[in-house]
Design a protein around this ligand. Sequence first.
Ligand SMILES: *[C@@H]1O[C@H](CO)[C@@H](O)[C@H](O)[C@H]1NC(C)=O
Ligand SMILES: *[C@@H]1O[C@H](CO)[C@@H](O)[C@H](O)[C@H]1NC(C)=O
Ligand SMILES: *[C@@H]1O[C@H](CO)[C@@H](O)[C@H](O)[C@H]1NC(C)=O
Ligand SMILES: *[C@@H]1O[C@H](CO)[C@@H](O)[C@H](O)[C@H]1NC(C)=O
Ligand SMILES: *[C@@H]1O[C@H](CO)[C@@H](O)[C@H](O)[C@H]1NC(C)=O
Ligand SMILES: *[C@@H]1O[C@H](CO)[C@@H](O)[C@H](O)[C@H]1NC(C)=O
Ligand SMILES: *[C@@H]1O[C@H](CO)[C@@H](O)[C@H](O)[C@H]1NC(C)=O
Ligand SMILES: CC(=O)N[C@H]1CO[C@H](CO)[C@@H](O)[C@@H]1O
Length: 563
Amino acid sequence: MVLTSACDHGPVVPTTPLVIILQTVQQTALQTFGTFKFDPKFYVDLSLKYDLPTVEKAFNGLPRTKNGSVSVSDLNGFLNKYLNGANVDLEYVEPVDFVVDPEGFLPNVAHPGVRSWALEVHSLWKNLSRKVSGRVLKNPELHTLLPLKYPVIIPGSRFQEVYYWDSYWVIRGLLVSKMYETAKGIVLNLIDLIDTYGYVLNGARAYYTNRSQPPLLSSMVIEVYKRTNDVDLVKKALPALIKEHKFWNSGIHNVTIEDCHGAIHNLSRYYAMWNQPRPESFTIDIETANKLKDDCEKERLYRELASTAETGWDFSTRWMKNTSDLTTLSTTTILPVDLNAYILKMELDISFLANVVGDNNHALEFAKASELRKKAMNIVFWDENKGQWFDYWLNASFNHKDVYKFDASHQNQDIFASNFIPLWLQLFNTDKTLVNKVAQSLESSGLVHAAGIATSLRNSSEQWDFPNGWAPIQHMIVEGLVKSGSKEARSLAKEIAIKWIRTNYVAYKKSKAMHEKYDVSKCGEFGGGGEYVPQTGFGWSNGVVLAFLEEFGWAEDLSPYCQ
Ligand SMILES: *[C@@H]1O[C@H](CO)[C@@H](O)[C@H](O)[C@H]1NC(C)=O
Ligand SMILES: *[C@@H]1O[C@H](CO)[C@@H](O)[C@H](O)[C@H]1NC(C)=O
Ligand SMILES: *[C@@H]1O[C@H](CO)[C@@H](O)[C@H](O)[C@H]1NC(C)=O
Ligand SMILES: *[C@@H]1O[C@H](CO)[C@@H](O)[C@H](O)[C@H]1NC(C)=O
Ligand SMILES: *[C@@H]1O[C@H](CO)[C@@H](O)[C@H](O)[C@H]1NC(C)=O
Ligand SMILES: *[C@@H]1O[C@H](CO)[C@@H](O)[C@H](O)[C@H]1NC(C)=O
Ligand SMILES: *[C@@H]1O[C@H](CO)[C@@H](O)[C@H](O)[C@H]1NC(C)=O
Ligand SMILES: CC(=O)N[C@H]1CO[C@H](CO)[C@@H](O)[C@@H]1O
């Protein structure tokens, strides 16, 4: 299925024939079963037993009914004969640096119950450790999994490959577990992706090559460097980070704003190079787009769906013009607070890392870039009265080559956890007056609940809305409050961290698993909603629990149960 692009002139990277055949198998399976009995991602993760022409010929030769379905037995026969299960792509590998009870592990966790749980969470790194199998390296053309050199930690469940922003919190946890080699391997894999593609992919699959995810590689490098002093790693990372910075600051990602004094500012937006259904959700996206009549409108929606996947917040009313209609996603015409905070951090990190290796020119260049972006964020996002940074909505007719005139009424005044993410940056959290203002704003925002910080105030049944809370969000906000050095801010941070650890602990005791997201309205419950069933494992949740326990400890007189 190839869509023409008469209306949408944005960049598109062509789909590989391998991805096309697998997404078509996914579509046929839906037609055949007549219902979603399956996770559509399952089909695009399968690999071929024979070369592509042989498999295509067999697939195209299946007898079909009028509606395009094939019989269940023909379909199963084809799947068994021509395709391998996804599980052959990755093999278990024992992490080289895993020990059952690492020396000096969480010295401030004295409570015996919490300590033994923390050791269980630590042991999950073993469950989630994988390496790309020899068959993928030998015949990459038969697999959608991309070959990576070093072992990986997967998030878990349906996410059987490396994801970009997840890796930051996985690494934070690995560092608590003192698994420095594993952490470095993850960073080196992501650097290799930049060398090949010019940016870090959303995940390590052929069907994720057309979009990225929140750019946190520089943060990973800094954290690993701080614990290991590995200058060689910094030397390898620096050129890749500079390349990645360019990706986020040029072409389709770059938006130029003229403020009311006539000064010019550059900011960035999410924008996937893709205007077709996402292969891993091919049938779902077609179904979503069926509500639209016009092919051009469909193309626009497909780009918005892929771009929203790029934000990491898929999906949320944060990106929707009409909060009860997913077809009104407008991600590409929004300047997001968090993305620009991550890029500002990238600039500060690159400047720091350039200093480490004595590259003064880049140190200076990126320090300057960070000052300019800070100024831009203050003007375009910051609201002094509310004490929050708000996303900025561009006009729908916006063309990225225009210089865009700032209008304060285009700030989205809705409350999202992302309005507080800049606090994570030292550049903002070292200003105590600012921190106290933002901390008060957070406390009265309605986002802080019994079991952590909600993603938004709107119960929409989308994953990135109320009542779901996500580990990375808790972590960035808590860490920002802690780093400020303000006593009040630290005490708020500790309160949130304790709620989060409790809910993770109680849910683990009940379900024997760590979850991808939690329901912050009730202590001990995991989250739901969205386009797939709730997942367990789970890389970033494990990482954040370990990081919080390292920061705050857990004393014997503190109950880990819901209060
Ligand atoms: C397609 O037709 C087959 C039988 O001809 C039927 O079993 C199946 O439910 C139909 N699928 C859809 C999606 O209508
Ligand atoms: C982790 O792996 C061990 C050993 O295979 C298994 O016993 C345990 O159930 C796994 N834990 C989880 C939470 O999957
Ligand atoms: C960003 O866009 C503006 C306006 O088109 C342009 O002047 C500027 O050179 C662009 N910046 C980059 C880095 O591409
Ligand atoms: C915006 O980007 C362009 C192109 O990189 C650059 O020439 C200009 O100095 C930037 N302006 C600001 C204020 O950052
Ligand atoms: C928003 O979407 C809902 C659901 O499609 C629809 O009923 C409603 O009329 C829409 N509201 C506006 C203002 O268009
Ligand atoms: C966007 O809308 C504002 C009014 O809110 C208008 O002043 C401005 O000219 C528009 N910009 C573009 C690029 O269309
Ligand atoms: C959110 O909405 C769903 C369905 O509308 C409802 O079942 C659930 O109780 C609501 N959750 C909260 C925390 O209000
Ligand atoms: C699914 C898909 O079309 N992926 C493409 C995205 O981009 C890469 C190149 O960067 C193509 O090779 C993929 O086929």
